[in-house]
Every structure is written in C-alpha cells, then in structure tokens.
Design a protein around this ligand. Structure first.
Ligand code: HEM
Length: 113
C-alpha cells in the first residue's frame, strides 16, 4: 500500500540521530538523505561510506523505493545480499521493521526533492 508522507515525517524522527533531511544538510553519523529516492548508492558528497555501498553504486544500484523498503528493516542483510558478499559491512545498525512505518517513511523521503 502507498504510504502517508505526513505520518512518514514523524517516523523519520527515528532517523535524525544519524541523518539530516534538508537540502545541503550536513552528514552526521550517516549521510544526508535529501533526494535519496533515485540517488545512486554510496555517492553523497563528503560522506565516507563503507566500501560495500560504493561498490553497489559503481555497479549501478540506485535507491529506488523498492530497494529502500528492503534495506531499512535489515541494512546489513540487504547489503550482503546485493553484493553477494556474506562478509560485507554496513555501519547502519538501526532497523525499521514495521511495514506501515516503512511505507510511510518512504512516502516522506520521496517528497525530498
Ligand atoms: C545509510 C536510510 C536510520 C546510520 C543509509 C542509507 C539510507 C538510509 C537509504 C544509504 C545512503 C546512501 O547510499 O547514500 C535510513 C532511514 C532511517 C535511517 C530511512 C530511519 C528509518 C539510521 C540511524 C542510523 C543510521 C538511526 C544510526 C544509528 C546510517 C549510516 C549509513 C546509513 C552510518 C552509512 C552506512 C555505511 O556507509 O556503512 N541510511 N537510515 N541510519 N545510515 Fe541510515
């Protein structure tokens, strides 16, 4: 089901410990997420990603809504599956697991452009 962006903005409070959402916002523990829907993985300027994110981006992976939905409940598992490397690392240890929250936060992220 399509998410609710207004609810998603509230869900995104769980992300702000590590991410900013405004255009040109700073990188924190994680990269700025303005324009994340459609962005190539591992490419936000000035942020030092794990190698696995950079290689996925070099392979052409973009953060489609579908990829974000598969990523946020299990970032490390998603990265390991996509790279095919069972030892691939992710610095994002937070997991957002409720289906409704995931749909809502993606609807919110899609407005950031
Ligand atoms: C990376 C989303 C919460 C830490 C990312 C990326 C996305 C994302 C899409 C990939 C960015 C890119 O390739 O440019 C989210 C969402 C969150 C959330 C939607 C909330 C629901 C958090 C939290 C933390 C965190 C709470 C810290 C405790 C990180 C880190 C990376 C990252 C460190 C970079 C991973 C690496 O290079 O290994 N996040 N995140 N995130 N996130 Fe999050």
């Amino acid at each position: 089901a399509a998410g609710d962006a207004a609810k998603g903005e509230k869900v995104a409070k769980k992300c702000v410990a590590c991410h900013t959402f405004d255009e040109g916002g700073k990188n924190k523990v994680g990269p700025n997420l303005w324009g994340i829907v459609g962005r190539t993985a591992g490419t936000h300027e000035g942020y030092k990603y794990s190698e696995s994110y950079v290689s996925l981006g070099e392979g052409g992976m973009t953060w489609t809504e579908e990829n974000i939905a598969a990523y946020v409940p299990d970032p490390k598992g998603f990265i390991q599956e996509k790279t095919g490397d069972p030892k691939a690392k992710s610095k994002m240890t937070f997991k957002l697991t409720k289906d409704e929250d995931i749909a809502d936060v993606i609807a919110y992220l899609a407005t950031l452009k």
